[in-house]
Design a binder for this molecule. Structure first.
Ligand SMILES: Nc1ncnc2c1ncn2[C@@H]1O[C@H](COP(=O)(O)OP(=O)(O)OP(=O)(O)O)[C@@H](O)[C@H]1O
Ligand SMILES: [Mg+2]
Length: 253
């Protein structure tokens, strides 16, 4: 493939007090590519996602977006560029329904005076759009009026992904979207990831499940103790090879 990657991070370092969470980390993702980010607990995966998302900006290093160096100092900057993030701990409000969660923080006002003057929220419009968006992604949720508290883990995860997609991002960062799910629900999330790739979105997918990585990722980047420990072209790599890099049997000492 030619041209610059959609997103590249080069030489990223991040320290929290005494903990060097990331050390000189590189990562690239292209449009329409799924890159798995794997590594043991505490390897720095979520930290790297939060650096790219503008939540915890890096101490050192460069982020390039569509070939140009950018400074992502806030989540808003990341969103404006077209980077959407689904965090490890889902930020959904249990008391709100599916449609309200999708539009949280960007509620639609009613058209005309009712919206402009009385600031009335267009619940009907939000529900219709929510249903359309979910259908488009092949996501099944029993009812967009159901409170999120009543959904299963997998359904909650799909709502969170859907919420990330509303801004029509070019890159989507998913931090362990299948972690708490059963086999069927995890499979459904992987279908959604496939759909993102089909749409030409660049995906960074954190997963501890190397079976999932094999099933859905094009490339895998291993982090170990805050550093890169190998890049793999997934179709030509075995799960065992990736596992060896994760536990440190191969790669940097
Ligand atoms: N806000 C923070 N303050 C202090 N230390 C932090 C902070 N965030 C992360 N760390 C530390 O940085 C290191 C990397 O953490 P991170 O959450 O990125 O790991 P991870 O690879 O996502 O692990 P897991 O697989 O368990 O989610 C850990 O040692 C962690 O304790
Ligand atoms: Mg994590």
């Amino acid at each position: 493939m030619t041209g610059p990657p959609l997103l590249a991070v080069r030489g990223i370092s991040k320290r929290f007090g005494a903990v060097q969470a990331l050390k000189d980390v590189d990562l690239e993702v292209r449009a329409g590519e799924v890159v798995a980010l794997v590594g043991d607990n505490g390897a720095g995966k979520s930290t790297l996602i939060r650096v790219i998302a503008g939540v915890d900006p890096a101490d050192k290093g460069v982020i390039e977006w569509e070939g140009r160096a950018v400074q992502i100092r806030t989540p808003r900057i990341a969103q404006r560029l077209g980077i959407a993030t689904v965090y490890q701990n889902l930020a959904l409000c249990d008391d709100l329904d599916v449609a309200e969660n999708l539009f949280l923080g960007r509620e639609r006002r009613c058209p005309g005076l009712r919206g402009r003057l009385f600031r009335l929220i267009d619940y009907g419009g939000m529900r219709r759009e929510a249903r359309g968006q979910l259908d488009e992604m092949g996501i099944r949720v029993p009812d967009v009026r159901a409170p999120v508290a009543s959904l299963s883990g997998g359904q909650r995860q799909t709502v969170a992904i859907c919420r990330a997609l509303l801004g029509r991002p070019k890159a989507v960062l998913l931090d362990e979207p299948t972690a708490a799910l059963g086999i069927r629900q995890a499979g459904h999330i992987l279908d959604v990831v496939d759909e993102l790739r089909e749409r030409g979105i660049g995906v960074i997918l954190i997963s501890h499940n190397l079976g999932d990585v094999k099933a859905v990722a094009d490339e895998a980047a291993v982090l170990r103790l805050g550093s890169n420990n190998g890049f793999f072209h997934v179709p030509t790599t075995s799960q065992e090879q990736i596992f060896s890099a994760v536990v440190g049997a191969t790669g940097s000492p």
